[in-house]
Ligand binder design. Structure first.
Ligand code: ITT
Length: 190
């Protein structure tokens, strides 16, 4: 069985990915390999940040691995918050981050946006990237209790519910992360 390290300590993300990838691969977390480092994420694109994570693990542990970076791009905000999604307002407080997006848009009618994920995979000495994105709209006030991050203000195209009003199963069928992870899984199983 092939072992792959996932550059995350988010157990929820790891479970989700393991379920999609299947049991031909054992996916280990950073904790599993005893890595407690704060891996730098200083790039200007999701791709750079995802690659920084795998480069770090390859250099330090010489393991096959993958890492991801995701965020929200709002067209009217020149694709902000983008790679700064987790700390757009200067803190990790999602209340403040959402408020800043809503205040920046005010009553701007142009509210198109997308969630994006890029996965970097380093396997057998080769670098690969997998992308997933989902287009949608930023509404004017929060709706729903589920999900995380910017989910309460994002309605994917073709739906009437925000990500936060969907069940985890519904969101995981269509999300940017699920799309990217399915591409990774298809590649690994091919
Ligand atoms: P890592 O430690 O794994 O990097 P993270 O919280 O930084 O975890 P991401 O890089 O995947 O997670 O995402 C960065 C931010 O983008 C995240 O904090 C959210 O604010 C936002 N985001 C990403 N995916 C999202 C989703 O599915 N729904 C809502 N917001 C999301």
């Amino acid at each position: 069985m092939l072992e792959l390290v996932f550059a995350t300590n988010n157990a929820h993300k790891l479970e989700e990915v393991q379920a999609i990838v299947g049991d031909r691969f054992v996916i280990k977390s950073l904790t599993d390999i005893d890595c407690h480092d704060d891996i730098p994420e200083t790039g200007e694109t999701f791709e750079e940040n995802a690659k920084q994570k795998t480069d770090y693990l390859v250099r330090k542990y010489a393991v096959s691995c993958f890492g991801d970076d995701s965020g929200l791009e709002v067209d009217a905000l020149d694709n902000a918050p983008g790679v700064y999604s987790a700390r757009y307002s200067g803190s990790r407080d999602m209340e403040k981050n959402i408020d800043l997006v809503l205040e920046s848009l005010l009553d701007n009618p142009e509210r198109t946006a997308r969630f994006k994920t890029v996965i970097s995979l380093y396997l057998d000495g080769e670098q690969h990237f997998f992308e997933g994105s989902i287009e949608g709209t930023i509404i004017t006030e929060r709706r729903g209790e589920g999900g995380f991050g910017y989910d309460p203000i994002f309605i994917p195209d073709g739906y009437t519910k925000t990500f936060a009003e969907m069940t985890a199963e519904e969101k995981n069928q269509i999300s940017h992360r699920a799309i990217a992870v399915r591409k990774l899984a298809d590649f690994l199983n091919s």
